[in-house]
Design a protein around this ligand. Sequence first.
Ligand code: DGL
Length: 263
Amino acid sequence: MGESLKKILVFDSGVGGFSIVNEILQIDSGVSIDYLADTAFFPYGDKSDLDLIERIPKIVKKGIMASNADAVIIACNTASTIALYRIREIVDIPVIGVVPAIKPAAKLSKTKIIGLLATPRTIGSAYTDQLIEDYAQGVKVIRYGPPKLARAAEDYILGGQIDNEIIKDAIYGLLEQIDGDKIDKIILACTHYPLVRKYLAKYAPNIDFIDSGVAIAKRLIDLLKLENNKNVSVLSSAFSTGANDAKFFDAAKKWGFKDFKTI
Ligand code: DGL
């Protein structure tokens, strides 16, 4: 066991991709997981499209070279909705994007009114408009891009206290819109948000939260043909782009990663 494991790289602006790592650890088909956080450019949610398109593909490529991965997961809705096509153009291994779980949420909703929480950049992206157009016909999608929630989740995982005002603002930013009181599903369309799900749930006890994590883990099994390899996944290297390294590497170590390197 061990030597034959395929290697994947999970990429995010910060620790948000840890929520995707958690889902991969739940599957029986093992892989070796490396992680890259673009800490020097965090948060992505308030950067311009041009800056993100310019930067992200280069950083992902650098990460793949450092990791020697067989596949990469862009574990960031912002990076995926803005830059996935560019990453695919310059990277020569399979790329899995993480995009808002609009399809399952629209399908599962009974009230046909769903909430979408994502970074301001994802909320306004053409990719998100298209997902709604394709998969949420007949469903009202109420959107809100809480400006500080990704940062609050990042700080929390890096050892800080949770800021309840920011959590509350995220939920009420949806519920206080027209028809917001009829929302029965909320899509967590930023990989940072599942990391603070239990705090969000306090302000929306009767609403289901839906994210893309489980679907991504299944996609990985299909893509790498991992069925029944009966290995447990292992966490290997955590890479960062150089900001906040001490705290990031400490959090990665607590999550289970073994080696740490700035690239
Ligand atoms: N985790 C990222 C996402 O899924 C973005 C957080 C950020 O850098 O703003 O959108």
